[in-house]
Design a protein around this ligand. Structure first.
Ligand code: BTN
Length: 328
């Protein structure tokens, strides 16, 4: 770890309390001037670090991600190991690198900002500083690759229930795994898995969850405004919000992951699937689309649709949109 990372982590651990420059200098075996220089560098990165003579330094702002802030709220026995970073390219990308370097199952990488946040189907995921929860979970599930999609569904259901618990509002799931509130997408999931050629089983999977918590300052970019929304308003000053949400999601995810044969996840998913009964368009990779009616979701989370010619079909993955109602 660099000095910058160690000082940031120490400030995060202090959860808004002051830490003296002298203590930091002693702990990391550097001069107080080096601590001061590092704090200034953090400020340039947009961290609000308060400096008060005789007291030391304090991370201002009441919603800073920290491993302790998450671990202290976790109830599960699953050994999650949160790692918090200020900025990364993509938590999925960096966690895959950490896995290649030996990170253990249960490592969870969280960042305040992603510069290259990624979404499904090669899209980008808008991930500005301070407005979202960007987290990826490393798993080594030893399952058949066909089960990888279930991890995504578990994450979607875990996030939906956690958001509902903290907001008291309903969350809808749009097949495959996008979460919606009041008609706008508030959360997306991207699972990336690698397979062992020898065993034909999953070697590891990285489940990435992105939640738009607050509207960014100045709002979402114009091209996203009609599609994307935030769980809370920009003025939500709730303390420790992101650590709490991360812990709630991880707890619920662990429940599903540790009991893969339970019906809970499927029932949660189905109850919130707002496409069922709706007229939809199936979107094809070449940009064309075909009309259908969404009938149900089967136990493998495939969307059961009736096509225009009356035949039923099962969709494994891909994208659909709700068809605008035709005026009578
Ligand atoms: C989608 O909406 O298509 C999926 C979005 C997934 C975003 C999350 S944020 C954390 C993790 N890191 C990424 O780069 N992507 C996922």
């Amino acid at each position: 770890m660099t000095l910058r990372e160690r000082i940031l982590e120490a400030l995060m651990e202090a959860k808004g309390n002051f830490v003296s420059g002298e203590k930091l200098a002693l702990r990391f075996g550097v001069s107080r001037a080096a601590v001061w220089k590092t704090v200034n560098a953090l400020r340039k990165e947009a961290y609000e670090v308060e400096a008060v003579p005789k007291k030391g330094y304090r991370l201002a702002g009441n919603d800073v991600l920290s491993p302790e802030g998450i671990l202290s709220q976790l109830k599960t026995v699953f050994p999650f190991r949160p790692v918090c970073r200020r900025v990364v390219t993509s938590t999925n990308t960096v966690l895959k690198e950490m896995a290649a370097a030996g990170a253990e199952e249960g490592t969870v990488l969280l960042a305040e900002e992603q510069t290259e946040g990624r979404g499904r189907l090669g899209r980008s995921f808008y991930s500005p500083f301070g407005s979202g929860l960007y987290m990826s979970i490393l798993l080594m599930p030893e399952q058949l690759p066909s089960k990888a999609a279930r991890l995504t569904t578990m994450a979607a259901c875990a996030a939906a229930l956690a958001i509902e618990e903290l907001t008291g509002r309903d969350v809808g799931i749009k097949w495959v795994n996008d979460l919606y509130m009041d008609g706008k997408k508030v959360c997306g999931i991207l699972t990336e898995a690698s397979m062992s050629l020898e065993s034909g089983r999953l070697e590891r999977a990285v489940v990435g969850i992105g939640v738009n918590l607050r509207e960014p300052e100045g709002g979402f970019p114009p091209e996203l405004r009609s599609i994307v929304g935030a769980v809370w308003g920009a003025d939500c000053g709730e303390t420790n919000l992101r650590n709490t949400l991360a812990a709630r999601i991880l707890d619920r995810f662990a429940e599903y992951y540790l009991h893969p044969d339970s019906d809970d996840c499927y029932l949660t998913y189905k109850q919130r699937s707002f496409l069922l009964g709706k007229e939809i368009n199936i979107l094809h990779p070449d940009g064309s689309h075909s009309p259908a009616t969404a009938l149900s979701v089967d136990r493998n989370y495939r969307l059961v649709v009736r096509l225009a010619d009356g035949r039923e079909a099962l969709l494994n993955s891909g994208e659909v949109s709700v068809r605008p109602q035709q005026p009578n």
